[in-house]
Design a protein around this ligand. Structure first.
Ligand code: OGA
Ligand code: FE2
Length: 411
């Protein structure tokens, strides 16, 4: 080789070397990039998916195409309006936000009119129905209450799914739970407060579709769609999955998962009210802007609790007169205090890893087959953890009224 050709080869090698070094460097230039690079690496390594930073091990062959995306920033109420998940914390006016949302929504969903709702007939307490929630795989659906219908489905989630949801939640990092409208943080700050007086003592996070491995999301959505007998699009339009962790003394006193129609029925459902999200409202202002319309709750128990941690329904299957008495001057009563009165409840469900419970928070409007009044017998909560800890996930199914069934999301 001539001297000039040798020089050209050397130069070429240097250029290639530099290119390789620069390309590699993009994987370590910031914390966020480290995450991106490690999650990309996971998808190519198949069976040895491991994120050293956050201790997520996804080594089972079943998990091989489970990828983990970067955390997505969101505000306290974003989960109620799914299309808003990627919203920047910017100082923009309402119309601009509504326009952006309009584009995202029209791209994301094909639903033009919400489908009419179904309410599964519960039969009588103790009834068992075998339901095929996956092709060739049946599950036991046990009626635990009739009014409201409460169903228990043992072995609904596999152990792998339970573990994965917990790990994903830990990866996201959990925050102290808040109840909209109640200033719990201040209560915590006060010293010597009796913990049982606090409505909700737990930590939580949200898992969006983007934050779950796509296979997990698909499996959960398809199974859920068959369980609730509503199309997957309805789940798609509902909230992200909320994961909650309780430790000893943790609880959630009896509450409704949805807004009371008697107080808030005149407001639009929050997922149809982007104007309530465009500006940062205080939680009481937000409450006056839209209402929560959770037709169904599906709650998953993700682990076994050593003692305590039951889910209690103090008003399930009780007579009208009992309900009326319990709801009159509630502030002077204590039945909803599940630290002290858990076992007075008419239905108490023991947590068991993998079991799902499902119930209706609203009645069905029988004239229209759309969202009816809030069912006040759906009051429920989580009793104190006596020993061990408790992990659950909430999958809330949002629905709408006959009047709003065609309402666009961005009016
Ligand atoms: C809830 C809830 C019950 C439980 O998170 O909304 O009602 O058993 N939890 O933890
Ligand atoms: Fe609840």
């Amino acid at each position: 080789m001539k001297h000039r050709e040798i020089m050209e080869c050397v130069l070429l090698l240097i250029v290639i070397g530099l290119f390789i070094i620069l390309a590699d460097d993009t994987c370590s230039s910031s914390v966020d990039d480290v995450k991106k690079c490690s999650s990309n690496a996971q998808s190519t390594q198949q069976n040895t998916e491991f994120n050293s930073e956050n201790n997520i091990y996804l080594q089972s062959p079943e998990n091989k195409d489970y990828e983990i995306n970067d955390n997505i920033q969101r505000t306290e109420t974003d989960h109620l309006y799914k299309a808003d998940d990627n919203k920047e914390d910017a100082d923009v006016n309402k119309e601009e936000v509504a326009d952006v949302i309009k584009e995202e929504v029209t791209e994301e969903t094909e639903i033009e009119e919400f489908p009419p709702l179904i309410r599964i007939e519960p039969g009588t307490v103790g009834d068992v129905v075998f339901v095929e929630l996956e092709d060739g795989k049946t599950y036991k659906r046990i009626t635990r209450a009739v009014n409201p219908p409460v169903f228990e489905i043992p072995h609904y989630l596999s152990e792998i799914e339970c573990d994965l949801i917990i790990k994903l939640a830990q990866y996201n990092s959990l925050e102290q739970s808040e109840v909209l409208g109640a200033d719990i943080k201040d209560e915590y700050k006060t010293e010597n407060i009796d913990i049982s007086r606090i409505t909700r003592v737990s930590e939580q996070t949200w898992l969006t579709e983007e934050e779950m491995p796509s296979k997990l999301w698909q499996n959960l959505t398809n199974r859920l769609s068959r369980l609730i007998q509503l199309p997957t699009e309805v789940i798609q339009l509902s909230e992200a999955v909320q994961v909650v962790s309780y430790s000893v003394g943790g609880h959630y006193h009896a509450h409704l998962d949805t807004s009371k129609t008697s107080e808030y029925g005149h407001l639009p459902c929050c997922f149809q009210a982007p104007h309530c999200y465009g500006i940062h409202l205080q939680s009481d202002e937000f409450e006056e802007c839209c209402r929560i319309c959770r037709y169904i709750t599906v709650l998953y128990y993700l682990n076994d609790v050593e003692a305590g941690g039951e889910t209690a329904f103090p008003l399930a299957d009780t007579p009208d007169s009992f309900v009326a008495e319990k709801l009159t001057h509630m502030e002077r009563q204590s039945w909803f205090d599940l630290t002290n009165f858990c076992h007075n409840a008419s239905l108490v469900v023991k947590p068991k890893r993998g079991t799902a419970i499902m119930w209706y928070n609203h009645l069905l409007d029988l004239n229209t087959s759309y969202l009816g009044d809030t069912d006040l017998r759906s009051y429920h909560g989580g009793c104190d953890i006596i020993k061990g800890n408790k992990w659950i996930a909430n999958n809330w199914i949002t629905a709408t009224t006959f009047k709003d069934r065609q309402k666009s999301w961005f009016e």
